[in-house]
Design a protein around this ligand. Structure first.
Ligand code: PLP
Length: 364
């Protein structure tokens, strides 16, 4: 059972809100993660005292002692979720209880204090409610929500921190990659995660470790990097921040299984369910990179896409590695099934179609 909390949030509206016309300019064409709303939610934790001092307050810089634990040993986790303007004029998030559960699992892996799931959802909902005018309503737009937790004890000894800050900030966003297909570099030199490591936890450290490979992908003219398993450098795992799926010519959607080295994406989970309901077969199975390259060449693998909250579904046009290229379709046009799955998912998220799964969580 998830721990429950009776903590409620003190609401301290900012005394210096962004003027409405400036806000309208800011959210008209948002660039991912550059513009932020007026407020943040913040809750403190201290061993022996538990979670306390929950508030929604003006967004402002944190003041941290230079010896704060997170700055040295990277005890940090985060989540990524979105709130959408819905057809009925409200604002809703998507499966927030799944993010709350995963945040607890990440905390457990990183030996951090666990945020009770209802406190997590309350923090997100309280922030979105006070900043609801920041939720953009254009096609493909949403409010990206970033809950995160840092080790805040001032101590250079190596041990789990006894103090934490749980914070939620939000940023109006548009489409992550724009339209069309992304090209992906397959990294043969770097691994993202290893058995027994932190691959299944959503922690900043995984991202730090992936950046050199991401930079390498840019050198090869690609948008993103795809990692292989660290034991054999043979089986596909995922991208730096997104899961990956392929459509085979026998109408089967295939994706690597969750074995502990892959982040269990909520988008991944939703797409697998929706695909089954739309009559596709679904296989969670290891995918050999060499077979995939052959299959792309002979037409066995027809479509490829990356999926995650930020980008929703990004069609992949081609995979490149030192010894060649795998092209899906004509390499430029998103696959039919890929687009169908994207529309099915976004229609649910924005209330354009019926929420048969109880995935949509109305906030205001
Ligand atoms: C967040 C994340 C994903 C996608 O998860 P969603 O819940 O679908 O947003 C995939 N891979 C990694 C490494 C991630 O950090």
């Amino acid at each position: 059972m998830a721990p429950v909390t009776d903590l409620s949030f003190a609401i301290e509206p900012t005394t210096n809100p962004t003027p409405a016309d400036h806000r309208a300019d800011l959210i008209a064409k948002p660039v991912f993660g550059r513009v932020f709303t007026d407020h943040m939610a913040i809750v403190k934790y201290k061993e022996g005292k538990g979670w306390h001092d929950a508030k929604v307050t003006a967004r402002k810089p944190l003041t941290l002692d230079p010896a704060t634990a997170v700055l040295h040993y990277a005890q940090e986790i985060f989540e990524g979720m979105k709130a959408y303007c819905t057809e009925n004029g409200g604002v809703a998030s998507f499966r927030p209880e799944a993010n709350a559960r995963r945040f607890r699992a990440s905390a457990e892996r990183m030996a951090m204090a666990e945020v009770p799931e209802d406190l997590f959802i309350k923090a997100v909902d309280s922030l979105v409610a006070i900043d609801r005018d920041w939720v953009p309503s254009g096609e493909g737009q949403s409010l990206y929500i970033r809950p995160f937790m840092i080790a805040s004890e001032v101590f250079l000894g190596v041990k789990p921190s006894s103090e934490y800050l749980f914070i939620v900030i939000a940023s109006p966003v548009g489409a992550y990659f724009g339209s069309g297909c992304v090209s992906v570099w397959v990294s043969d030199d770097y691994s993202r995660a290893a058995p027994g490591g932190t691959g299944a936890a959503k922690c900043g450290g995984n991202y730090a470790a992936s950046l050199v490979a991401q930079r390498e992908s840019k050198h090869h003219g690609c948008d993103q990097v795809l990692f292989l398993d660290s034991r054999e450098q043979r089986f596909i795992e995922e991208m730096g921040g997104m899961n990956v799926m392929f459509l085979r010519d026998d109408n089967t959607l295939v994706t690597p299984p969750l074995t502990g080295t892959i982040l269990p994406g909520i988008t991944r989970d939703a797409i697998l369910q929706l695909a089954k309901e739309r009559g596709l077969r679904v296989e969670e199975t290891p995918i050999d990179i060499n077979e995939l390259f052959e299959g792309a060449a002979n037409g066995r693998y027809r479509e490829a896409f990356a999926c995650g909250t930020a980008a929703v579904i990004s069609p992949i046009g081609s995979l490149k590695r030192a010894e060649g290229e795998a092209v899906f379709g004509d390499g430029k046009t998103p696959g039919e099934v890929t687009l169908m799955l994207k529309k099915t998912l976004t229609d649910i998220q924005t209330g354009r179609s019926n929420d048969e799964h109880g995935w949509v969580h109305r906030i205001v």
